[in-house]
Structures are given as C-alpha cells and as structure tokens.
Design a protein around this ligand. Structure first.
Ligand code: PMP
Length: 306
C-alpha cells in the first residue's frame, strides 16, 4: 500500500501506518499459511457502520481453526480492533483487512515454534469493479485455471495461499480484455469468481453453486436471505457454464464486489446484456441495507462512529 498517515492495529496495539512492518523471514510470506478477512464499513444513516462484523469475525476464527493456527484474540477483541481501525483512521467508509499470520520465529514447515500475529488495517475503497459496472455489468471469461479441490487447500477457510489461484485467474481474464474470471471446479461445474460468489437467474428462480469449493460468502448468505424474503425461490445446485450462457441474469457477490451484474460470459451476452431486473432489486436492497436505510436489517450493522 502507498505510504500514508494513519494507524494499523498490530498484535493488540495501534501503531503508525509506516511502522507496521514485518521481517523478510515472516513465515506466511514464504509459504502462504495465513487467514484473513475482507470487511466493509459504510457511511450509514446512524454513522459509519461495519456490515456483518460478527459473521466476518466468526469466519476469521473458523479459518484459523481449519488451518490449525491458534488465534491469540477472542471475538470481542477482534471486533473491537476492526472498529478501532476505522474510528482511529477517521474513515467515513472503509475496507477493513484483518489477517492472522505466522511470524519470523522459525522457518520449518512444522510451524511448531511460531507465533501467530494479527493485524487489522482499514482504508477508503470505492466500488471494486468500478462504479459504472454496478449498472452496466461486467464482462467475464471462463478461466483456464481450476478452482481449488475440496481436499487441496480447505475451501471453507479464507486463507492467504488460496489467492494465488485467484490472482492467476484474474490476471488471465484481464489479459483477455475481461473484468473478472469465472472459475470452474475440478468436475467442470461453476465454482465462483476470483473473489466473488456467483448467482444466476433463470425463469424467476435464483441459482447459486453449492458450498463445495466456493467460499461461504457473507454477501452470498445475505443475498440468499433477501431473495427468499422477497418470495424468490433460491436453489443451490451444480451449474454448468452453458447454463450460464442461456441464463436470464447473472451477478457476482462479495464484500468488495458488493452485487456486481455480469453482462457477458465468454463473449455471449447474458439476458438483456446488462443488469437484469432481479439483480437490480437485490442490489438496490443490498445498498439500502449497508447504508442503514432498511429498518429490518439494522442488526447487521455495527456503528463505529457518528
Ligand atoms: N469467494 C472468494 C474467493 C472471495 O475471495 C470472496 C471475498 N471474500 C467471496 C467469494 C465473497 O465472500 P464475502 O461475500 O464474504 O466477501
């Protein structure tokens, strides 16, 4: 990240942004064993608020359990660290990055003499795929890279190392003139984007891949609940890429990507070739909720500052 003023929470203390450093022998830097979260705070009606903080912290703790990395802080401390990172950087809206990583206490793969460190940084970050793509939709391509097999990297964990696969896929998609990649699982079924869950609409029904090798996305869970509340049937199933070609609508969900419509897959326009009506409804409700404009969903917001 660019040099800047501000603070980062590191191992229980706020340290100046420029001093939040680690050694080159940091174990996680070498082997990728670490866990992290991507969380957003929005400028909401009741003040700057973090969306679904509890769910993100639960997933971080679960990721560390899956990776067998003892988490040195409890949920309350991790929640407070995330609030403090937003508050003490005076951010109105923010992307928040908590991460647990192994230090430089040793280099062996046994990882038996290592300390788990935790950091939380926060900074301003607008629409991940660009503001105009929230209405126009993005162009994506099926990736030549396969998503992780369930018995390779442990797909329920949001772990550092698994993002090598995401980056290879995203860079390939961009080099082909696309905005994002659609990764398939080892059997050839749709898995997810490089950093998003996938949804498609066909004949008024919302479909999303089962939670086998895609991340158990918090935005995914949110959208599934909102759709059900709206009376839209939601089905988790194996989806083939040609089902997506003939879908009425498709979109990605993620904390960074929010609800991003997909206008084209592999040079085939999807539905009307821009944001479809069900996508628009869900996206609009999602933005109302994260900005505190929807009374029934205020319990998903944790206010950090007025
Ligand atoms: N899949 C992957 C691979 C991701 O990196 C993300 C972003 N965390 C998601 C899905 C969406 O998850 P969430 O909605 O919890 O941000």
């Amino acid at each position: 990240m660019a040099d800047r003023d501000g603070v980062i929470w590191l191992d229980g203390e706020m340290v100046p942004w420029r001093d939040a450093k680690v050694h080159v022998l940091t174990h996680t830097l070498h082997y990728g064993m670490g866990v992290f979260e991507g969380v957003r705070a929005y400028e909401a009606e009741q003040g700057t608020s973090i969306f679904r903080l509890d769910a993100h912290t639960d997933r971080l703790i679960n990721s560390s359990k899956i990776m067998n990395m003892p988490m040195p802080y409890d949920k309350e401390a991790l929640n407070e660290a995330q609030c403090a990172a937003v508050r003490e950087n005076n951010l109105k809206s923010a992307y928040i990055r908590p991460m647990a990583f192994y230090g430089s206490e040793g280099m062996g793969l046994r990882a038996d003499n290592l300390k788990v460190h935790v950091m939380v940084a926060a900074w301003e970050w607008g629409a991940y795929m660009g503001e105009e793509n929230l209405t126009r939709g993005i162009k994506i391509a099926t990736s030549s890279y396969t998503r992780h097999h369930v018995n390779v990297t442990m797909t329920k964990a949001k772990s550092n190392g698994s993002y090598m696969n995401s980056m290879l896929a995203l860079q390939e998609a961009i080099s082909h003139g696309c905005d994002e990649a659609l990764l398939l699982d080892v059997d050839g079924y749709v898995a997810e984007g490089s950093g998003e869950n996938f949804f498609m609409v066909k004949d008024g029904v919302l479909y999303t891949p089962e939670l086998t090798c895609c991340l158990d996305g918090i935005t995914r869970k949110t959208i599934m609940k909102l759709a059900k509340d709206m009376g839209i049937e939601v089905i988790e199933k194996k989806i083939t890429r040609d089902e997506v070609y003939i879908a009425d609508e498709a979109f990605f969900t993620g904390t960074a990507a929010e609800v991003t419509p997909i206008r084209e897959l592999d040079n085939r326009p999807i539905g009307i070739g821009s944001r479809g009506p069900i996508t628009e409804k869900l996206q609009s409700l999602y933005f109302d909720i994260v900005h505190g404009r929807s009374a029934p969903h205020l319990d998903w917001l944790t206010t950090v500052a007025k």
